[in-house]
Design a protein around this ligand. Structure first.
Ligand code: FES
Length: 118
């Protein structure tokens, strides 16, 4: 419980992520457009290590023979079966009810803290 300071902000490069251990949990800390997000390293489908997946964008709904690629760097694709999740919210792209657990972060004095128990 409480805030666990696990990294310096400089430890996570833009577009990258680092997996940390906090009270027995594996948590991926992502940096997207200068903001930090934390997701459990566990896919809600069959438990794959989410952080081994590809960070990318996605194709938005569009007309036949049209492709609209967007949200580059904001989507995490599960390495096992390809389910896609929004790094900012943890929600899957296909259902509001399917999500990777997201953790709150506290950024202070160049340190990243994972908030547990909220
Ligand atoms: S384990 Fe992640 S999509 Fe199947």
């Amino acid at each position: 419980m409480g805030i666990h300071y696990v990294l310096d902000t400089a430890d996570v490069s833009e577009g990258g992520h680092v997996v940390v251990q906090v009270e027995g949990r594996e948590i991926g800390i992502f940096r997207v457009n200068g903001e930090f997000y934390a997701l459990h390293n566990y896919c809600p489908h069959q438990g794959a290590p989410m952080c081994a997946g590809l960070v990318s964008g996605t194709n938005l709904p569009s007309g036949v023979y049209e492709y609209e690629y967007s949200r580059k760097g904001e989507i995490l694709r599960c390495p096992w079966h390809g389910w896609e999740f929004d790094i900012k919210t943890g929600k899957s792209l296909f259902s509001d009810r399917t999500r990777v657990k997201k953790y709150e972060l506290e950024i202070a004095n160049g340190k990243i803290g994972v908030v547990l128990g909220k």
